[in-house]
Design a protein around this ligand. Structure first.
Ligand code: AMP
Length: 405
């Protein structure tokens, strides 16, 4: 099927490690992970992302007479869950991860099922510092993963500013020839959504479109300036991109994207979202979602896991080897590789070679009789004899003694 992939063991392992970094750093910042369903009612997205957003017009996977969809993003679901499960006004710092589904034209780094890790800071009070903190957290994670990117930020102002901007864009796009999709948006007077277009034929008109700056009230301008000042103080480089509009109706005020050729993380404030999903006008928040598939392609993992290989010398020592393997797995950080099928020592070693083990332990009848196993330190090819009881009783301490610095 186009746009969906099998992620085999190496890729899955990398994704898990990347997710581990996201989880660790966001947990330290006070976020708690929640699990949201992959199926939602389609009305959740038509109400909040907007009828003329790319996602609603052409990318949702509908099921059962269009009543339900496979979730295309996480924020609307998080707010739905907040409104259903939390006391209104209660501040929540949530994270989530999982598959998202969009029926996009499959191409490089754009999939129909892809993986996001996101955070939402849901609260009815906010300050430039709380917004900056959420952006800094994303920047810190990318730095930690050693993924270069450029932070683009903009403000979408309040509802009035967006209305005024829509009028301004309407005047600008009048008389311009646009793609079919953008012409539909023009007809429906959703001029702001034209700025989301990825169609080649719209790009020239979009690049010279007026910016929202002139429609902003003084309060929004000051707020945005304050966020930028904090980012500067924290030495987070950014680019003010006045045409960044983030594609969905629910965004307001500050919005941002971390870009490395394509967007890696995108987010912003959503002060109207609870009002769109329910009727709670006074509940807002800010969050971001990271595209794990794209980040995965840019991450080099150099952290090498320590592996112990075990070789049963003779088929009647397999169970003894299994006991030792089990103990090491349970009581140390080492990964243990061992084949239980009885093969020759040569074949066991051939199997282990692929894993580049730190140590190889040999256990045969001789070793069992003497009470000492043979341990090969692979980096130096040195062999040492170690009491089986020591490895069995204190695997972590005993094996660590032979690690080279
Ligand atoms: P969005 O919810 O559109 O702001 O997306 C947030 C992040 O998810 C983007 O910055 C991308 O990294 C990633 N993303 C969005 N759509 C796709 C897709 N179709 N395939 C892969 N990654 C995606």
């Amino acid at each position: 099927m186009r746009g969906v992939r099998d992620l085999l063991e190496l890729e899955t392992q990398k994704i898990q490690q990347i997710l581990g970094t996201f989880q660790l750093i966001t947990r330290k910042a006070g976020y708690h992970q929640i699990t949201l369903p992959s199926l939602e009612e389609s009305s959740l997205y038509t109400k909040s992302l907007g009828d003329y957003s790319d996602i609603v017009t052409k990318e949702m996977f509908y099921i059962q007479n269009k009543s339900y969809v496979l979730r295309p993003e996480g924020t609307a679901g998080a707010i739905r869950s907040y409104l259903m499960n939390c006391l209104l006004g209660e501040k929540k710092l949530w994270s989530y991860c999982g598959s998202m589904f969009r029926h996009e034209k499959p191409q490089n780094q754009r999939y129909r099922e892809f993986y996001q890790y996101g955070i939402e800071s849901i609260s009815n009070s906010f300050t430039p510092a709380s917004d900056a903190e959420v952006i800094i957290l994303a920047a810190d994670i990318l730095t930690h993963l050693n993924v270069p990117s450029v932070l683009h930020i903009n403000t979408l102002g309040d509802e009035q500013a967006r209305k005024d901007y829509n009028v301004l864009l309407g005047e600008y796009f009048q008389g311009k020839t646009l793609s079919k999709l953008s012409e539909n948006r023009k007809q429906a007077q959703k001029f702001l959504r034209i700025l989301d277009s990825k169609e080649e034929e719209d790009q020239q008109a979009i690049s010279s479109a007026p910016s929202i700056i002139d429609c902003l009230g003084q309060r929004e301008k000051d707020y945005f300036d304050e966020v930028k000042i904090i980012l500067e103080k924290f030495k987070i480089p950014f680019l003010h991109n006045p045409r960044l509009v983030r594609g969905l109706d629910y965004y307001s005020n500050v919005c941002f994207e971390f870009i490395n050729t394509k967007a890696l993380i995108g987010g912003g404030r959503y002060d109207n979202l609870a009002g769109m999903v329910g009727k709670e006008k006074n509940m807002g928040g800010i969050g971001w979602a990271a595209g794990i598939d794209r980040i995965c392609e840019l991450v080099q993992l150099n952290e090498k896991q320590k592996i112990v290989g075990i070789v049963p010398v003779g088929s009647n020592c397999v169970e003894q080897c299994m006991h030792v393997a089990r103990k090491i797995r349970m009581e140390s950080e080492f990964i243990v590789k061992m084949k239980t099928e009885g093969n020759s020592v040569k074949q066991h070693l051939g199997y282990l070679k692929n894993y580049e083990p730190t140590f190889i332990i040999f256990i045969g009848e001789e070793e069992i009789n003497s009470g000492c196993l043979k341990l090969k330190i692979c980096a130096t090819a040195e062999h040492v004899f170690v009491p089986i009881k020591e490895v069995f009783d204190h695997p972590a301490v005993t094996l660590s003694k032979f690690l080279l610095n």
